[in-house]
Unconditional design. Structure first.
Length: 161
């Protein structure tokens, strides 16, 4: 055997030591199934999908959440729709989201969605939040204070500008 072949490692041995991919979690599989359902529903509605349909779906998803995420979801919905009325509410991987020209700009992920200790308010890459070489795109939410609400409103306005 040549010296070069002796130093080569198999692809299996270059993965993280002792770690094997065990597949997607139940929560991840559910989110993917929800996304498939959303895409099929959008295809049935056609290109003239009604904004009211999306808003109804978002409000229904928020109503399914447990407290305190439900209260935060309702309040965020009000803040986002008031700050950027041009955004269309819709579901995205089973989460309330808000889109511009069909592309998600921001979303709300409840803490229960992936069994985390806090809810998340995030932005996609279509949001105009670029600030130098580094900027935040997701925020942990434990509660909505007046200061937090004002910051979210300003971020949403900037994201759609």
């Amino acid at each position: 055997m040549s010296p070069k072949k002796e130093t080569q490692k198999s692809a299996k041995s270059t993965t993280a030591i002792g770690k094997k991919f065990k597949g997607f979690t139940d929560e991840e599989r559910l989110a993917m199934k929800e996304r498939i359902h959303e895409l099929k529903a959008a295809a049935r509605r056609g290109p003239r999908g009604d904004k009211a349909d999306g808003e109804g779906a978002v409000l229904a998803k928020i109503a399914e959440m447990r407290e305190p995420d439900r209260a935060m979801g309702k309040r965020l919905h009000a803040i986002i729709t008031a700050s950027a009325p041009g955004l269309s509410p819709r579901l995205w991987y089973g989460m309330p989201a808000y889109a511009k020209d069909g592309k998600v700009v921001c979303f709300f992920q409840s803490a229960q969605k992936f069994k985390t200790r806090y809810a998340t308010f995030g932005f996609s890459d279509t949001a105009n939040l670029d600030e130098g070489a580094l900027w935040p795109v997701a925020f942990a939410l434990k509660e909505l204070t007046a200061t937090v609400e004002a910051r979210i409103s300003a971020l949403v306005k900037k994201a759609v500008s």
